[in-house]
Design a protein around this ligand. Structure first.
Ligand code: ATR
Length: 268
């Protein structure tokens, strides 16, 4: 019998996850065993949905906005990393027992590690929401020296306290001195805005944007002009999906076919 996996969100119709995961199943010739779809789940109905997951024997569920926190009380177990981050983006169903995981932090750290060592590097995280929590977790685990900046200062202060890093107001010298800059805010999503002043960016820095629509955000366009090394939001989307793929199927994700499937859609 085919094992069904799905992404849930509200809305969810623009999700690229089915395409990424199904490309992986196909590449490993397990598309007769696994299938991946998208399902819109109303936040008020999340409890009913979790019951359906058990009743229908759905193998895995990827959670996006607004379900990452809402789903937690309905699970049998939440692994310690997801607990620390405070969000579940992955549910695995083992014979009716549901465990929540978080692979978003892998989405942050995986693409950076491919380019540079992270230990001891100065990282500037812009934003203090759910994405920022996963990013800060990943960076602090990897030994980076993290500073969090957010429009609402109380939120960045609280996050920094929780994860044992610094918070500050977003200032020119912080931008200039950072080795790694990550935008976790929604600023730049389908707009020409940038989440930070880009004049101080320079070569030798890594600039990573969690926003993947458009593929080339204004932040990344300007960072490239300044000579920074850029990481597109699609890399975050992919790297968290690789983690999910392994949890759902037990097999290592076929990285290249999954990337190619996404790029066909995401890159203009
Ligand atoms: P996610 O789960 O995707 O991280 P979120 O938890 O809603 O989403 O967090 C969104 C982040 O983007 C927050 O840090 C938010 O800043 P505030 O805490 O001040 O709300 C940030 N953000 C959203 N719009 C912004 C804007 N126009 N300028 C600056 N920051 C913005």
């Amino acid at each position: 019998m085919t094992k069904l996996c799905m992404v849930i969100g509200h809305p969810v119709r623009h999700s690229l996850s089915p395409m990424i995961h199904n490309a992986g199943y196909k590449a490993l010739s397990i598309d007769d065993q696994f299938s991946y779809v998208a399902r819109d789940v109303d936040p008020d109905k999340i409890g009913d949905f979790v019951n359906d997951v058990r009743a229908e024997g759905i193998r895995g569920v990827s959670c996006t906005v607004p379900h990452k926190q809402l789903v937690i009380p309905y699970l049998d177990k939440v692994d310690p990393v997801a607990q620390k981050i405070g969000a579940v983006n992955t549910i695995v169903n083992d014979s009716g027992k549901l465990t929540g995981y978080n692979t978003d932090w892998l989405g942050a750290i995986g693409p950076i590690r491919k380019l540079a060592a992270v230990k001891g590097k100065k990282a500037l995280v812009v934003g203090a929401g759910g994405t920022a929590r996963a990013v800060v977790y990943g960076l602090t685990q990897a030994g980076a020296i993290v500073t969090v900046c957010n429009r609402t200062a109380e939120k960045s202060q609280k996050l920094a306290q929780e994860f044992g890093c610094d918070s500050a107001e977003l200032a020119d010298d912080l931008i200039q001195k950072a080795d790694i800059i990550i935008n976790t805010t929604t600023v730049g999503m389908n707009s020409k805005e940038t989440p930070l002043y880009t004049d101080k960016l320079h070569t030798g820095q890594i600039v990573f944007d969690a926003v993947y629509s458009p593929y080339q955000t204004e932040l990344l366009r300007r960072a490239k002009q300044k000579g920074s090394t850029v990481i597109h939001g699609t890399e975050m989307l992919l790297a968290q999906a690789y983690g999910q793929f392994k949890l759902y199927t037990g097999q290592d994700a076929p990285v290249e076919p999954m990337r190619q499937a996404l790029m066909k859609e995401a890159r203009p």
